[in-house]
Design a protein around this ligand. Structure first.
Ligand code: URA
Length: 262
């Protein structure tokens, strides 16, 4: 944390792990005992790309939205992504629409599908605690969305076709919001928006610029490990901590006002 002495930073880290429900002794034992699996690129189910007319209608519907609420309506009305048939709700966004920071996760899970909001389940709760440590809070200064707007059955990874169908809407959301910084949570969101093939371990913590013909200027972007991955691999939280410090440093440089670090 900026300006924190080493013991204070260590205490903050331990408190954060504790709040996240991590048994620290267990995590240390596990880290000592086992080779650490790397969060490589998420496996992708193979499925045909969406029909050209679905892509064209996604692009057209996204381009005609002139506000986030019009975009939310356009997404809810879109029939070109098969996931909509099995999902209960469309999950677009949560948080402060005027925030200077936007986070883009992967896809809704069961809780999000029930509540119609992104990141409201266990990984969302961990995400909230992580981001609170750098002064970001969806109630005040953070806007949250996903790469995919409908829950994939059984939480399987989205297919390339499903990603392609949703991408015009995600990029339109970024164009309308023009955040000072976009945080890409997890490898699927990072690879799709940055159009890069490296795994999340290679992409995390680096400074990127998202480019798109519909953006008036490139958008700053940084990748962080996905909180769901951290719930499965708690010993990797030291990498997540490094991601948060890298985000905090960039937010400070960009002059993004934030709340107290909790
Ligand atoms: N994981 C995500 O990537 N997004 C959500 O909304 C929930 C879990």
């Amino acid at each position: 944390m900026e300006g924190a002495s080493a013991p204070a930073a260590a205490r903050a880290l331990l408190a954060w792990w504790d709040a996240a429900g991590v048994d620290i002794a267990d995590a240390v034992r596990a880290a000592d005992a086992a080779p650490v699996p790397r969060p490589g690129p998420a496996p992708r189910a193979h499925a045909p790309a969406p029909a050209d007319d679905a892509l064209a209608s996604a692009r057209e519907a996204a381009a005609t939205a002139t506000s986030l609420s019009e975009l939310a309506e356009a997404i809810a009305a879109f029939e070109g992504c098969a996931l909509k048939k099995t999902a209960r709700t469309t999950v677009f966004s949560d948080g402060a629409e005027d925030a200077q920071v936007m986070l883009i996760g992967e896809a809704p899970g069961k809780d999000e599908d029930q509540q119609g909001k992104p990141f409201v389940g266990r990984s969302g709760q961990l995400l909230d605690r992580m981001l609170a440590s750098i002064g970001l809070d969806r109630r005040h200064n953070l806007f949250i969305s996903n790469l995919i707007f409908w829950r994939p059955p059984g939480n399987r990874p989205p297919t390339q076709g499903e990603i392609a169908a949703c991408l015009p809407f995600v990029e339109r959301a970024i164009a309308l919001k023009r955040p000072k910084l976009a945080i890409l949570a997890g490898g699927v969101s990072a690879q799709s928006l940055l159009r890069r093939n490296e795994g999340v371990t290679k992409l995390r913590g680096r400074r990127f610029a998202l480019e798109n013909p519909s953006f008036t200027m490139p958008v700053n972007a940084m990748v962080m490990l996905h909180p769901a991955y951290l719930l499965r691999q708690p010993q990797q939280k030291r990498l997540a901590w490094a991601d948060l410090l890298a985000l905090e440093a960039w937010l400070d440089e960009l002059g993004v006002a934030r709340g107290p670090r909790l």
